[in-house]
Structure formats: C-alpha cells, structure tokens
Design a protein around this ligand. Structure first.
Ligand code: HEM
Length: 467
C-alpha cells in the first residue's frame, strides 16, 4: 500500500495553510505534486486529492458498498440520522423521501416567497452608503429556509425560531470551529458542543452548580449549545403538532415530512425528521448565500457582464417587476452562476471515505483513506477550460458540462440533494436583486477566500445601492 506524494509539512502546518488560504493551498500543492496528491490533516485519515477527470468519473461511479459517508469536516453534530452520514439502503431510502419536496410543483410553489424575501430584504438596506452584501444574502437564504423548509408564517413564529437558530449557526460556523476541528479532531468539537447542549437543557444539580449557573450560561460554547437545544425543541413541537392536528394548507418541507411515508408505509420518526431538517438548514443556508456572494463578487465589477444581465432582464420583464415564475428562463444569468461556481466553488472538494482498498492509477489506497475529488483545481485546468481564470459565462451557454470536470454540487449517489432547489432559488434572488436595485461594486478586485465552517466564502463583499 502506498499513497501519492504531497506536501511534506506537518499535519498541523498543512491545516493552518489550508485554513488560511484554501484555494491557494490546493492550487500550489497541485502545481508542485501534480493532479493527484495527498494532504494530511491532524486527526484525519490521509486525503488523496484528485483533479483528474478519468479518476473523478470512476469515483463518482463507485457502488454504495465501496464508499462510506465521511464525517470529517463537519463541526456540528447533525444527529445520527442525517443524510450526510447515512450509508447504503438507509441513505437511499432517505434520499427518496426527501427528494419530492425539493423538486417539481412543490419547488415552484416557493418562487413567490423567494422573490418577496429578496425584495423585502433589499428594501430594508440603506441607500448611498456601502452595505454588507454578504450579510444581506445570508439573511435572504436564511429567511427562505425559515419559510419554505420550516414553514414559518408570521413574525412571532419567525422571531421565536430565528433567534436561537442564528445564535447557533453564528457560534458554530466560525473559522475558529473549523481550525479547532482540524487541529483537535472534528468528533471532539461536535461532542463538546453536544455536551454543552445537554447541560443547557438540564436544571443545575447541587448548590455549587446553582451558584455557578449564571456564569456557565454565559460561556460561549454553552450559549451555542443552549441555542441548539432550543432549535431542536421548537422543531420537535411543530412536527408533533403537524402529526397530531394535520397540516392544513401548509406546503413547507417540515409539514410535508411530518406526513411523509417510506415505500413500506412507515412514517419517519420525529427524531429522524429533526436530523434531516437541520441537515437541510446547514446544507442549504451558507452554501447558497456564499455562492450568490461569489457570483456578485465576479459580476458587479464587470461592466460588460452586468450590462448583458440587465439586457436579459429587460428582454424578459421589460421595465416592470421580475416574475419569479419565469426566472428559470434567464439563460445568461444562469451561466453567470455556473461560471462563478466554476471559478470559486464553495466546496473546494467532496470527500469519499474508502470502505475497501482502491486502485487509483499506480497507487493502491487502503480502506479508510479519504478520496477528495477537487472542484477548485479541476475547474481551472488549462487543458479543460480555455482561458481558465477568466470570468466568461458564455462557455456555459452551449449546454451541459460533464460532472468529471465540473461538479460544484458533487457527483454520483451523494450529489447534492438540494441542487435543483438551490439553482431555482439563486436565479430568483439574483434576478430580483439586479432588477430592483442598482448595485455597484465598492471594491474592483475579487475578495480573498475565507473558510467558513463547511464552505468557502468571500472574506467580504460590499456594494453600494444607488436606486
Ligand atoms: C449553491 C448551493 C449549494 C451548493 C453549492 C451545494 C453543494 C453541495 C455539495 C458539493 C455536496 C456534496 C456532494 C457530494 O458529496 O458529492 C452537497 C451535499 C448535500 N447538500 Fe448541498 N449545496 C447547495 C445547496 C443545498 C441546499 C439548498 C440543500 C437543502 C435544501 C442542500 C442539501 C444537501 C444535502 C442534504 C447534502 C448531502 C447529500 C447526501 O449525502 O446524499 N444543499 N451539497
């Protein structure tokens, strides 16, 4: 058994370099060691980074018993039923159950909400002063999840759920959690947060514990743990209510899941449904906000691209409001999203844990190794993409590109289950933003990349609204 060569630095040094400059570190390592190389991070199995289409095709075609879900890289415990960690038949069954609410008529019924959330968020932003556009995009994608996934219908319900949810997410998906995960091991970080959540849910035992309770409640990890416990409790209550009283005219994913049944007629257990709902939140919120942020970071300073986007919007909607039901026809806007995901994919690589030994070119990789098909480097290979570093959306106008060279949503049996939902939402949000506000870039250069929990985001994105 042998592994491809890779950086010689210690695992801790590699983690620091990767955390500091994830894109740059992958690019430098590939140019030094070639398209297949090994990264070693503390506490993790070795990661074999693969930027070779023929091998990526083989990896995405692997059978269910050849790979296992890979928990490394997730700083938060999403429960033992989360799709991200299920394998084999359990994974297939849950994908089948979760797919319908994220597609078809159900998805189309969310279009107006996605548009309205964008326009309302925009209306609350100040004019003629630089705004934090990334924060606004996070607000939009969170609100979409609150309404379309969790079924929040009014301000009181919204505030009750949003407050602990934001405290939990903001406290968890921070660069320090990512560093802690890489240095101490992801399991330790997840377990530490869970213990804090359990402590937060229990009344203090004994006189000393009661005396120290106010201080302990203020400790950052206990606050984050308490917020997580509160979110879980609210979701549980709503799921139980949907089961007991029916869902009326609710079309959100929580309500749908409360009523859903597997092939054999059994309903999904409440604990299990909570895990999957939280997985959709974590899988769908930052990912979509960061992808939109990267797209605007590419588009706003580019006068030519921006003019073409506005021309397309005028062609479809005249000078009137955007019709969210028709945003899916905006081909150039779609190509801009594709091109942004090519150059700055929010997931720099997609992990696969080997369940068996695997032959990769000249190397026999032992079971337990992580295969790491790498979007960032593959998406920029000069032999696959003419002018690889240029932002040229036109390259996506001619049709589909195969997933062995372009895979911002991963590939094979673990392809992102929210891909259609995310694409649908991003088209509506981007079209509504561009049509309803004259946004101008504050900085011309592309912002540096920053690791934010699971994904890569622009370090900052500021814009000015002039209309
Ligand atoms: C632009 C937005 C998004 C991007 C770029 C993205 C990207 C990804 C990637 C790269 C993976 C790993 C795929 C693999 O291992 O092959 C993934 C998995 C996943 N995503 Fe997304 N995602 C996005 C939005 C969403 C949304 C909106 C949801 C839910 C509503 C979602 C839910 C999930 C889930 C549950 C998985 C795990 C699938 C499985 O293991 O079977 N994602 N996503």
């Amino acid at each position: 058994m042998n592994l491809p060569p890779g950086p010689a630095a210690t695992p801790l040094r590699q983690a620091i370099e990767f955390g500091r400059d994830p894109y740059g570190y992958l690019e430098r390592s590939a140019s030094e060691h070639g398209p297949i190389f090994t990264l070693r991070l503390p506490g993790d199995p070795p990661r074999v980074v693969v930027c070779e289409p023929a091998e990526i095709r083989r990896i995405f075609a692997m059978k269910a018993d050849e790979i296992r879900a890979c928990p490394d890289g997730i700083p938060v415990n999403l429960g033992k039923h989360t799709l991200l960690l299920l394998d084999g038949e359990a994974h297939r069954r849950d994908r089948q159950l979760l797919t319908p609410p994220l597609h078809g008529d159900r998805l189309r019924s969310y279009a107006q909400t996605m548009h309205d959330v964008t326009v309302q968020t925009l209306a609350a932003l100040p004019r003629d002063t630089p705004i934090d556009l990334h924060r606004a995009l996070q607000d939009i994608t969170l609100e979409v999840i609150l309404r379309c996934v969790f079924g929040v219908r009014d301000d009181a319900e919204r505030d009750r759920l949003a407050r602990p949810l934001v405290a939990w997410l903001d406290g968890t998906f921070v660069p320090t959690a990512f560093f802690a995960g890489m240095v101490l091991g992801w399991g330790r970080v997840r377990d530490g947060l869970d213990r804090a959540a359990a402590r937060a849910a229990e009344p203090p035992h004994g006189a000393l514990a009661r005396l120290l309770a106010p201080v302990r409640r203020r400790l950052p990890w206990n606050r984050v743990g308490a917020a997580k416990a509160e979110v879980m409790a609210l979701l549980r209550t709503d799921l139980q209510r949907c089961r007991a009283d029916g869902i009326g005219d609710r079309v959100d994913i929580l309500a749908t899941l409360a009523q859903a049944r597997y092939d054999d007629g059994t309903p999904i257990a409440i604990d299990h449904a909570i895990d999957e709902l939280v997985t959709m939140l974590v899988g769908g919120h930052e990912t979509t906000a960061n992808t939109l942020a990267w797209t605007l970071a590419h588009v706003l300073p580019n006068a030519e691209v921006l003019a073409r986007l506005h021309a397309e919007l005028r062609e479809h909607f005249g000078d009137g409001a955007v019709d969210p039901a028709r945003c899916q026809q905006l081909r150039y806007l779609d190509a801009c999203l594709d091109e942004a995901m090519r150059l700055t994919p929010i997931a720099p690589a997609v992990p696969r844990l080997l369940a068996r030994d695997h032959q990769l070119g000249a190397w026999t990789l032992p079971a337990g190794t992580i295969l790491f098909p790498c979007t960032y480097v593959t998406h920029r290979r000069a032999d696959l993409w003419p002018e690889p570093t240029a932002f040229r959306p036109e390259r996506f106008l001619d049709g589909k590109v195969s997933t062995d060279r372009y895979f911002p949503f991963g590939g094979g049996r673990r392809t992102c289950i929210g891909m259609t939902f995310a694409r649908f939402e991003m088209r509506i949000v981007l079209a509504s933003l561009l049509a309803h506000a004259e946004l101008r870039a504050v900085e011309r250069a592309l912002p540096p990349a920053r690791m934010r929990g699971l994904t890569i985001a622009p370090a900052h994105l500021r814009a000015q609204r002039s209309a």
